[in-house]
Design a protein around this ligand. Sequence first.
Ligand SMILES: [Zn+2]
Ligand SMILES: [Zn+2]
Length: 229
Amino acid sequence: MAYNISTMHIWRFFNGECECPMCKLKKKTECDIAESYLSEAVMEDAEREKVNKYGFCRDHYDLLYSGKNKLGLALQASTRLWKLDMKIKPVDVKQAVKTAKKLREEISDCIICRKIEFNMGRYFETVARLYGDDARFREQFKSVKGFCYPDYIRLVENAPKAKSYAKEFLQVLYEKQKSSAEEVQKNLKDFTMAFDYRSSSLPPKSASLSLVQARVKFYGEKPSLPERK
Ligand SMILES: [Zn+2]
Ligand SMILES: [Zn+2]
C-alpha cells in the first residue's frame, strides 16, 4: 500500500481557492494514508508489523476513530498495546529510568506521520522543480494566495531545486506570503473593530473567518476524513 505522489494533485491544488495549497496536498495524502489503515489491506502481515512497531500518534488515532472501521482499529490497537505492554517489566531503578526514556520515544512515533512526511518531502521538492522546469506552472503559480508558515518555510528550503528559477521562486513566495498575511491582518482588524461599542455596522463575513484563517496561517489545516454516506 505504497502511496505515490502525483503532480496531478499539485496542478489541482495550486490555485487561488485556498489559504495554502501545500496544506491541501497534505490533507489529501493524510486522508489516503489514514483510509488505507481502515481498509482490508491493513490486515496484511507487513502492515500490521509496522503498526505494532510505530503505532499511531494521538491526532491520527483520533482521525482513524472518526472513520468507519472500528473493528479494524480495535485489532490494530490491541496488538500495539500488547507490544508496548511487553516492554514494561519490573527492573532496578537505573534500568527503569533508561526504559522510561526509550518508551517515551516509542510512544511519540506514528506510522501515518512517517508516511506523510516521506510523501510531503517529495511534494515540496517537486513543486520547486516544477517551478524551475515548467512555464505553465509558473503561470499558474501566480494565482496562489499564499501558504501557512510551516509550508512557506519548507518551500523556501526547497528553493534551490528550482535551479535557474530559484531566485524568482523565492521572490514570488515572499510576495505571496506578504500579501496573504496582510489580508489576514485586515480581516482580524475588522473582526476586533466589530467589538467596539462605537461601531454601528456588522463586520463583513471575511472578518468572522479571520480567526480560522489565522489558525491555518500559523499551524496549517486540521486533518479530517471525507464525509461518507
Ligand atoms: Zn500549509
Ligand atoms: Zn501521526
